[in-house]
Design a protein around this ligand. Structure first.
Ligand SMILES: [Zn+2]
Length: 148
C-alpha cells in the first residue's frame, strides 16, 4: 500500500491523516490507518463521508472494485480495511446514507456549533430552512393563541 500522505484531507471520523490507494497510477481510494476503513473515489471525487453517513448504493460497487484489486495484488491489510468498510456500508443499506438526509447527524453537528456559538449560514441548507420556518411559524401561532 503506498504511504503517500494526503495532508489536506483528514478522516471524517477520527481526523487523523489519510493515505492514498493507487492502482496503475490512478487513485482508486483512500484509507484511514486508525479506523481501518477505506474511502472510495468516484470520477476523481473523494467520497469522504463519516461512518454514520456512508452510502450503500454509491459506495458498494466502488469498494468491491478496490476489494478485487486488493485480492489480485495480495494486499492483506488493504483487503481487511476494505472488508471492514463493506461491512460498514452494508449496515447502512436501509438507512438514508447521505449526510444531508441524516437528521440525527446534522442536529448533533449543528447543536455543537450552536453551543460553541459558531455562526452557521443556514442559506446553505435550504431543506433545513423549511423545517426551521415551520417550527418558527408554529411557535408564533401558539404565541398568538396565548395572547388572545
Ligand atoms: Zn479514521
Amino acid at each position: 500500500m503506498p504511504n503517500q500522505f494526503v495532508e489536506i484531507f483528514a478522516c471524517p471520523d477520527c481526523h487523523s491523516g489519510i493515505s492514498l490507494i493507487t492502482h496503475n497510477d490512478s487513485v482508486i481510494g483512500l484509507f484511514c490507518e486508525n479506523c481501518k476503513v477505506v474511502f472510495s473515489v468516484k470520477d476523481g471525487i473523494f467520497i469522504l463521508l463519516p461512518s454514520q453517513a456512508r452510502n450503500y448504493e454509491l459506495e458498494l460497487p466502488l469498494l468491491e472494485e478496490i476489494r478485487s484489486i486488493a485480492i489480485k495484488s495480495a494486499n492483506r491489510s488493504l483487503l481487511s480495511y476494505v472488508e471492514n468498510t463493506i461491512k460498514l456500508v452494508s449496515s447502512m443499506r436501509n438507512k438514508k446514507g447521505w449526510e444531508w438526509e441524516d437528521e440525527s447527524f446534522w442536529s448533533k453537528k449543528y447543536s455543537r456549533l450552536y453551543k460553541d456559538d459558531i455562526d452557521v449560514n443556514w442559506n446553505l441548507r435550504l431543506w433545513q430552512r423549511e423545517f426551521l420556518l415551520k417550527q418558527l411559524l408554529s411557535r408564533v401561532e401558539n404565541l398568538n393563541k396565548k395572547i388572545r
